[in-house]
Write a protein that binds this ligand. Structure first.
Ligand code: SF4
Ligand code: SF4
Length: 356
């Protein structure tokens, strides 16, 4: 099992990051509301100013990396523009988007804050079942392959407004949507700890990791002497052994790093910095062996969890498409852990029974 979480108050960088995430959620919430509700108002008053504003909102449509599918089939709508902007940010800054600008990042931070408020600090649990993130691409890209095979790029278009913020692959009711987001935030976090959705389900995280090989992107680097206090390891929401990485090579190269800067904030001697400066100085402890994110479970349990996630994902993805696979996989993981826990309880109960 990995270490329990010791939370610290956010420092300057993290206050800024949380502010950005809160602003993002506010804008997105207003945007979704405005997209669906201001249209009626335009019909009512027909005012020029309102009409311009409404057209602007309707032109924006969906903010999501699902625009990748739009890009691949030549549908140049606003979702495609958003997706290309994210790719540009990956080319320049690495996975900064994941830590600072993703709405699901914000929802997970909110979950942690609510849990912390009630004194619940779930342990950060690693599992090899994270490999199923690859599977989440399948239902996502099957429609793309279908379009390529059947129609080529004949359906390509340029129309920024031809996409809705709340696409049919998301629950259409308020209750359904609350359930959806509760499962992928509160449910997963309770069982697997911080950033469980990013670490175990989000397929885009895997795609984003490809950009982590780029030599010019800024990374977390050691710029002062490390006193080996372990605070950064305890604070990292992705479960990265920051201390080991910087002592061994002066830089965090783990592709799971989302540039949240929490480690930079909490380091008591300010030994860390987010920078693109080339590493030239020798490492403090190059002889250290690299540490890996060890699974909390035996490999058999990990395989079982991965299967449960895939079955859950297929179950919902065959009925619906796109993001429903996220919900199905999350429910599969949760049910898998519940089943493993139940088997463990029963095994212990039978083991304690006195022999007759
Ligand atoms: S290594 Fe630092 S910046 Fe990267 S995810 Fe961990 S805490 Fe955030
Ligand atoms: S918090 Fe700073 S001093 Fe402590 S282990 Fe991490 S890098 Fe070293």
């Amino acid at each position: 099992m990995s270490k329990p979480i010791r939370r610290r108050r956010p420092g300057t960088l993290n206050r800024a990051r949380l502010g950005v995430l809160m602003a993002l959620c506010t804008v997105l919430g207003f945007h979704v509301w405005a997209w669906y509700h201001l249209g009626d108002r335009r019909l009512d008053n027909g005012g020029v100013v309102a009409g311009v504003a409404v057209d602007a909102w309707h032109a924006v449509g969906k903010f999501s990396f699902s625009g990748l599918a739009s890009v691949l089939v030549g549908h140049f709508n606003m979702a495609a523009v958003f997706c290309l902007a994210v790719i540009a940010s990956l080319l320049l800054y690495g996975r900064l988007f994941c830590g600072w600008f993703c709405k699901l990042s914000a929802f997970q931070e909110l979950t942690e804050a609510i849990y912390a408020r009630i004194g619940f600090r779930p342990e950060l649990v690693h599992t090899r079942a994270r490999m199923v993130r690859m599977f989440a691409f399948v239902p996502y890209f099957l429609p793309v392959l279908y379009v390529w095979a059947e129609k080529g790029l004949s359906t390509a278009y340029f129309n920024l407004g031809a996409v809705q913020p709340w696409t049919p692959d998301l629950p259409s009711t308020v209750i359904g949507s609350l359930f959806y987001f509760a499962v992928i935030t509160f449910g997963l976090t309770a069982l697997f700890g911080r950033r469980a959705f990013c670490r175990l389900v989000c397929p885009f995280a895997l795609f984003f990791q490809l950009f982590e090989k780029l030599p010019w992107i800024p990374r977390i680097q050691q710029t002062g002497r490390c006193i080996r206090c372990d605070v950064c390891d305890q604070a990292c929401p992705m479960g990265i052994s920051v201390q080991n990485e910087v002592l061994r090579q002066r830089v965090v190269t783990d592709p799971e790093c989302i540039r949240c800067m929490i480690c930079v904030d909490v380091c008591p001697v300010k030994a860390l910095k987010y920078t693109a400066r080339p590493v030239t100085e020798p490492a403090q402890a190059p002889q250290l062996a690299p540490t890996f994110r060890e699974s909390a479970f035996p490999i058999g349990v990990d395989m079982f969890l991965a299967s449960a996630a895939v079955i859950g994902g297929v179950g919902l993805a065959t009925r619906y498409t796109g993001f429903f696979v996220f919900l199905g996989m999350s429910l599969g993981l949760i049910a898998g852990v519940a089943a493993v826990g139940l088997v463990g309880l029963l095994t212990r109960a039978f083991a304690r029974r006195p022999a007759t």
